[in-house]
Design a protein around this ligand. Structure first.
Ligand SMILES: [Zn+2]
Length: 154
């Protein structure tokens, strides 16, 4: 179930080949992992995505956590931690949730969802992006946040 060159029908593999499917390109990437912002054009996406919703993905088509090599697992963890720190420093997140779902796209993508100050308790965790006052935006707003996240300054 692993493919070095990616699967033609896999959205995540396709996104890694075609960076225009990531708003602003990869937020960060290295030889094993790509971090990107949720795109309004992703499956199930909407015109206004939750700003700061990042995805941490192995480059290799590994379906789930159990399919990662030790090196990939280490790198995925490091990028999750780095991304969470930047979401706190740059975007003002008071907390960052992480989730692996994968019911629709069988290429591991760890969702990172910032919780912004003022989010009512009713919206914590898996409804955090449903808060009506949450920061949302289209492609342009996502690109602007990506630029801030991966710039050298906080
Ligand atoms: Zn894939």
């Amino acid at each position: 179930m692993t493919h070095e060159l990616g699967l033609p029908d896999c959205f995540v593999c396709g996104k890694h080949r075609e960076e225009s499917l990531m708003p602003g390109g990869p937020v960060w990437n290295d030889d094993l992992v790509v971090v990107s912002h949720l795109s309004p054009r992703a499956p199930g996406g909407s015109d206004a995505v939750y700003l700061g919703h990042l995805l941490v993905e192995p480059r290799r088509h590994a379906p789930g956590l159990a399919d990662l090599t030790d090196a990939e697992a280490q790198r995925v963890g490091q990028w999750c931690a780095h991304a969470a720190r930047r979401l706190r420093e740059v975007a003002g997140a008071e907390h960052v949730y992480a989730a692996v779902i994968g019911d629709n796209v069988p290429h591991l993508h760890v969702h990172l969802l910032p919780r912004y100050p003022g989010t009512p308790r009713d919206y914590w965790w898996d409804r955090v992006d449903e808060w009506p006052d949450a920061p949302r935006g289209g492609e342009q707003e996502a690109v602007a946040l990506v630029r801030r996240l991966n710039s050298a300054t906080p």
